[in-house]
Design a protein around this ligand. Structure first.
Ligand code: BES
Ligand code: MN
Ligand code: ZN
Length: 496
């Protein structure tokens, strides 16, 4: 879909559809009023007849409105004016695009971003519009023998602003929105892909493709390289699989070489059966999404490269399957991590932290400014925060604060959990330096505590995206989160 930002008024639009908002009960927004005046009360008459109240999640499509050059006028319900907040705006925009795709209109002009919204500026409204519009047109049908029959899809949206000054800000917000939307689509595609296709080898190939496209530096370590580095924890997870594990590194350079990079480490378990600690069969297919952390690194690097951000960024992706097998790691096995510390693997299903700990040690060689890892790490995080927020844990309050601000700005929620030393005790092992699990309580925090032992040399934050990376049920599919949060974090860093 193409987008443009323009300045102008609703009654002059000649396109296929003009979209204006109506508050409950039947209160016209400014652009709707202008259409109403120009058409001599045509719209208010229709409202008076009871065809639309202005409730959220409703639309009314009008054809041939007198004296209005646009072929169609779409009225969108905004709900009560006093309740019009971020969520209401997002809902109005998604309702609009869902409805637009059902019409024959190929283009539309939207008068929604000019509606005042407390706490959110025009840039936010535009970026959100682009993300939501792109999501509304997202399809993943490449694995179907023929694409599903659909009504035509809108291919151009013009977003109107109500003053000249907003044009410049708007244009920038448009570019950022496009970059984030592109990054999210990249992440979604990788997540949604079947696990027999999206293997560690496939991820490595994608990294090479991406490196070519955006002129990034790429390296792929093979298992023998990882053996030399002593990555015993990572390799312990890969043992049961016939698919060779890969350690992928992508380097984006937007600054001089000596500037310390931001390192993003993404969990890339392309399928998590649990290994010998086998998972129950229900919904196990969803464990193809266990590489969503990796997908978000691909997506965020895409967005950063699209915007040519003045930052140095490194993406590190440990990629493997977690499978049972004759050669697989067993509960009770003790392995030596790249850091030299030994780990008693009490549960082979706690594999994410095993691949991440070696990737986090590997990250040291980039002399990072900060390291952020992103992982579908614990089911416990879904219990704690549901599907609304990613879990955030950090050894640095300022970094945690920056990420929380980015989550607020991008409306891609995260919530911090504590990492008090007391939790570390739960990882005690009788036979090795530490165990890979801490028991049932505080599962999200003990997983982070495990990682924290490998991040002592730098500022580090951990995002547990187990609840936010994908949707289950009827709308099963990757969400592209937390690409918006991470990209906003980078944008804020680039500005500072
Ligand atoms: N990939 C899973 C976490 C997960 C589970 C994410 C369900 C989303 C939905 C992870 O590898 C895992 O299996 N974690 C275990 C840890 C436990 C054995 C300490 C879990 O959460 O059950
Ligand atoms: Mn697991
Ligand atoms: Zn996992």
């Amino acid at each position: 879909m193409d987008f443009a930002i323009k300045f102008g008024t609703s009654e002059k639009q000649r396109g296929a559809c003009v979209v204006v908002g109506i508050f409950e009960s039947r209160k016209l927004t400014e652009p709707a009023k202008i259409l109403d005046d120009t058409s001599k009360g045509y719209i208010s008459n229709i409202l008076r007849q009871g065809d639309m109240e202005g409730k959220a999640n409703t639309t009314l499509l009008l054809h041939g409105v007198p004296d209005i050059p646009s072929k169609r006028v779409m009225l969108v319900g905004l709900g009560k004016e006093k309740d019009f907040n971020d969520k209401a705006y997002q809902l109005a925009v998604s309702t609009t695009f869902k409805a637009l795709h059902q019409t024959g209109a190929a283009d539309a002009t939207l008068f929604l971003a000019d509606i005042p919204l407390k706490q959110r500026n025009i840039a936010w409204k535009i970026t959100q519009t682009i993300i939501i519009a792109t999501e509304s047109a997202y399809r993943f049908d490449r694995l179907k023998s023929k694409p599903e029959k659909e009504s035509s899809i809108l291919d151009k949206a013009t977003i109107y602003v109500n003053d000249q000054a907003s044009l410049l800000v708007g244009e920038k917000a448009l570019q950022q929105g496009l970059a984030i939307a592109r990054g999210m689509s990249v992440a979604k595609d990788l997540g949604n892909l079947a696990p027999n296709i999206c293997t560690p080898t496939y991820l490595a190939e994608q990294a090479k493709e991406m490196a070519k496209l955006y002129k990034l530096k790429v390296s792929v370590l093979e298992q023998k390289d990882m053996e030399k580095l002593g990555m015993g924890a990572f390799l312990a997870v890969a043992r049961g699989s016939h698919q060779p594990a890969k350690l992928i590194a992508l380097e984006y350079r937007g600054l001089a070489k000596m500037e310390k990079p931001i390192v993003l480490v993404g969990k890339g378990v392309t399928f998590d059966t649990g290994g010998i600690s086998l998972k129950p069969p229900a919904e196990m297919d969803e464990m193809k999404f266990d590489m969503s952390g990796a997908a978000s690194v691909f997506g965020t690097l895409t967005a950063a490269a699209e915007m040519k951000l003045p930052l140095n960024i490194v993406g590190i992706i440990p990629a493997t399957e977690n499978m049972p097998g004759g050669n697989a790691t067993k509960p009770g096995d003790v392995v030596t991590s790249m850091s030299g510390r030994t780990i008693e693997i009490l549960n082979t299903d706690a594999e994410g932290r095993l691949i991440l700990c070696d990737a986090l040690t590997y990250a040291e060689r980039y002399k990072p400014d900060v390291v952020i890892d992103i992982a579908t790490l614990t089911g416990a995080c879904v219990i704690a925060l549901g599907h609304m927020a990613s879990g955030l844990m950090s050894n640095n309050d300022q970094l945690a604060e920056e990420l929380l601000q980015a989550s607020e700005l991008s409306s891609d929620r995260a919530w911090r959990l504590p990492m008090w030393d007391d939790y570390q005790e739960l990882l005690k092992s009788n036979f090795a330096d530490m165990a890979n699990i801490g028991g049932r309580s505080a599962g999200t925090i003990t997983a982070a505590c495990f990682l924290s032992r490998f991040t002592e040399k730098y500022s580090w934050a951990h995002l547990d995206i187990a609840g936010t990376a994908w949707k289950n049920g009827k709308e099963k599919g990757s969400t592209g989160r937390p690409v918006p949060l991470l990209t906003q974090f980078l944008l804020s860093r680039a500005k500072a």
